[in-house]
Design a protein around this ligand. Structure first.
Ligand code: PLP
Length: 434
């Protein structure tokens, strides 16, 4: 058993941290830092586990769609394609990347609260399986664009089910005061469904909700399924229309630090299936096709980021800053949400964590920190610092702030290292400058 937050991490005979069996200190030496390292085998294991839960508990009458905003690049879309799961995209850029690897477009859900006309056209042209419509303006625009193409757009509605997901306010999206979707309580969603059913170039297939992120309870998902089935029933009874698809979103929690206690991913489908099946039986509804959209839970535990320690600044009686060669450019999550991570000095992984420090990034912002009150082995200049469980919302949220090139992404598969994304160069930094 690993003593680390992710099971693919261990310590080798040199006392170095390993990921998927490879020495992280060696990886840092060979590929430079900062460096994202992803364990492809673990990503695939997570894809399979979600897929199997759909088979086991819902007779396979559904689709797991990887929410690709968590980590998006060609290599990742190839993995999803090979594992037979679908994807969520939220931009032309993500859709384009998926198209580059011939991703099966019928398994794509296109999300977003303000898709541009260009993006809607692109979604229609690529024949994506489901466009998740957020508002009436978008519905009407999509109807018009689909008419111009002489097709029907397959859509679902983003619904705010009003379920409290017991999570950080920034990532709670199921409540009324949210920029996403149609409100249920006010009748807005029901009226909007009536409207969608009346439009010539719209094929309304279902309803979607996403109640938040990094959720550890199963109860809010069961509650969301309950509420959404209520809407499906209302539409059947009052409009005589049977909705065939139910998308319950993602948000399954992962272990960032010791205090996080995720439930096994299969448990979500177990409990949700039970609820949906019971409700359908009780109310005489057809079993809907179910979609779920795990993002973080598929990739976060599979990744780590490696940095090199530079200056160490001890401010007596205040704190010690340990600066690294990356920061909010490659991981903005602490600056954005005060997200906590586990840190390990990779070349001293077998030593006790005998100091408490602030890990600072290299950018010109006081808020450019990766963690405060971080328990760490005693650090020295030149050490390799590993931040754990950074596979989600790190590379995908990275920027070129301060014109720092983005780190590369390595994928480890069967003990072999593949470069999934090359390190950006200084020429890349100026490539669009005139
Ligand atoms: C972000 C998002 C997800 C994935 O959330 P995770 O917390 O990464 O699992 C799924 N569906 C929608 C609509 C999202 O916006």
């Amino acid at each position: 058993m690993s003593e680390f937050v992710s099971k693919n991490l261990a310590i080798n005979e040199k006392g170095h941290l390993t990921i998927a069996g490879l020495d992280t200190v060696e990886l840092a030496k060979e590929y430079g830092t900062p460096l994202y390292v992803m364990d492809e085998d673990l990503i695939r294991e997570h894809c399979r586990s979600f897929r199997q839960s759909m088979e086991q508990y819902y007779d396979g009458a559904g689709l797991v769609c990887y929410a690709s905003k968590a980590f998006s690049c060609k290599a990742m879309y190839r993995i999803a394609k090979e594992e037979g799961i679908g994807i969520d995209v939220v931009s032309a850029g993500e859709l384009y990347t998926a198209a580059c690897v011939d991703f099966p477009m019928d398994k794509v859900c296109y999300h977003g609260n303000n898709k541009t006309e260009f993006e809607l056209r692109m979604a229609i042209e690529h024949k994506v399986g489901r466009i998740i419509v957020d508002n009436i303006y978008e519905l009407e625009l999509l109807n018009k664009l689909a008419a111009e193409e002489g097709v029907k757009a397959r859509i679902m509605y983003r619904i705010k089910p009003g379920v409290d997901a017991h999570t950080h306010d920034f990532v709670k999206t199921g409540q009324i005061d949210s920029k996403f979707g149609f409100a249920l309580e006010t009748g807005e969603a029901f009226e909007a469904i009536k409207k969608a059913l009346s439009l010539e170039n719209i094929e309304f297939v279902g309803v979607h909700c996403h109640i938040g992120s990094q959720i550890f309870d199963i109860a809010p998902f069961v509650e969301a399924a309950n509420v959404m089935m209520g809407l499906i029933e209302q539409v059947k009874v009052e409009l005589g229309h049977e909705i065939t698809e139910l998308n319950l979103g993602g948000g399954f929690g992962i272990k960032y630090t010791e205090s996080d206690t995720p439930v096994p991913y299969a448990d979500y489908m177990d409990k949700v299936s039970e609820t949906v099946k019971a409700l359908c039986k009780e109310r005489g509804l057809k079993l809907p096709f179910i979609l779920i959209e795990p993002g973080r839970s598929i990739v976060a535990p599979a990744g780590i980021t490696l940095y090199t320690v530079g200056g160490i600044k001890e401010i007596p009686n205040i704190r010690t800053y340990v600066s690294v060669d990356g920061g909010l450019g490659d991981n903005p999550r602490y600056a954005l949400y005060k997200s906590e991570y586990d840190f390990v000095v990779a070349n001293k992984a077998d030593k006790a964590k005998d100091s408490v420090v602030t890990v600072a990034g290299r950018c010109c912002e006081s808020g450019d920190l990766l963690g405060e009150g971080v328990k760490l082995q005693t650090t020295e200049v030149g050490d390799t610092l590993a931040v754990l469980a950074t596979g989600a919302y790190n590379y995908s949220m990275s920027s070129n702030y301060n014109r720092v090139p983005k780190p590369p992404v390595l994928m480890i598969c069967n003990g072999e290292v593949k470069v999934a994304v090359k390190r950006e160069t200084l020429e890349d930094i100026v490539r669009n400058d005139m």
